[in-house]
Design a protein around this ligand. Structure first.
Ligand code: ARG
Length: 250
């Protein structure tokens, strides 16, 4: 009986230790969800700022971690899954060049904005598309779940949605579509890598968008910490330096 009891005690203690370890580890980390298919904000590389992840957002995430005394870890997933992952507690925050929208605000809370962008059109260099209205009878490609998809939808045009920006660009380079609608900084990166393509802007058709970090609705403690960190990085020039570094680099 004594033996059984002491064995039980050992087992219970071990279990308690394991549980203890688990919560200790998560107390010292902040888990950011992203979709690392969006240069210069997040992409996968051999030696990134957080493991294999690199980009403006990844550097911001790392710095937020440092400022709140936690190690930033990245969970890479589909862009469409980020809001659900926040809601079910799989991640603490989503940092993914995510535009603040009224619809998203219904399911998550957004930090202060840290970057301003707009949708642009990427076309072949010899394209006649000069404004959004010219897309009317063209083959349009967007990325699934991005604000660019909503824009084209609202314009009432038919389109095809791809999972990744790189797939959309390949489709365009191969002449299988006429235009890709995507965020400006990412478009610049793609055009830099593909000299046969150019960017067409239309500020009348595409409004300015603000990127922010999303947290679970009601997580004001974390939101306040993130906001303090963002405000500091905006004020001391960290974010504009990062933006310059990652847009000039590759
Ligand atoms: N700004 C756009 C949006 O909020 C695109 C963001 C895509 N981000 C990414 N990490 N794949 O929908």
């Amino acid at each position: 009986m004594k033996k059984v009891l002491s064995l039980l005690t050992v087992m219970i203690m071990t279990a308690a230790m394991l549980v203890g370890c688990g919560s200790d580890a998560s107390a010292n980390t902040i888990k950011f969800g992203t979709n690392a298919e969006f240069p210069p904000f997040e992409f996968v590389t051999t030696n990134g700022v957080i493991g294999e992840f690199d980009g403006i957002d990844m550097a911001i995430a790392k710095e937020i971690g440092t400022q709140i005394g936690k190690e930033a870890v990245i969970e890479n997933m589909e862009f469409d899954s980020l809001l659900i992952a926040l809601q079910n507690g799989q991640i603490d925050a989503a940092i993914a060049g995510m535009t603040i929208t009224e619809e998203r605000k219904e399911s998550v809370d957004f930090s202060n904005p840290y970057y301003t962008a707009t949708q642009v059109m990427i076309v072949k260099k010899d394209s006649t598309i000069a404004k959004a209205g010219d897309m009317a009878d063209k083959k349009i490609v967007v990325i699934q779940g991005y604000t660019g998809e909503t824009c084209v939808q609202d314009m009432g045009y038919q389109y095809e949605a791809f999972k990744k920006g790189t797939e959309a660009i390949l489709e365009l380079s191969n002449g299988k579509c006429d235009v890709v609608v995507i965020d400006s900084a990412t478009a610049q990166k793609y055009v830099k890598d593909n000299p046969d393509l150019k960017i067409v802007e239309d500020s009348d058709a595409f409004e300015a968008e603000e990127y922010a970090i999303a947290v679970k609705k009601g997580n004001t403690e974390l939101l306040n910490q993130i906001n303090a960190s963002i405000d500091k990085m905006l004020a001391d020039g960290t974010i504009s330096e990062l933006a310059a570094k990652y847009t000039e680099a590759e």
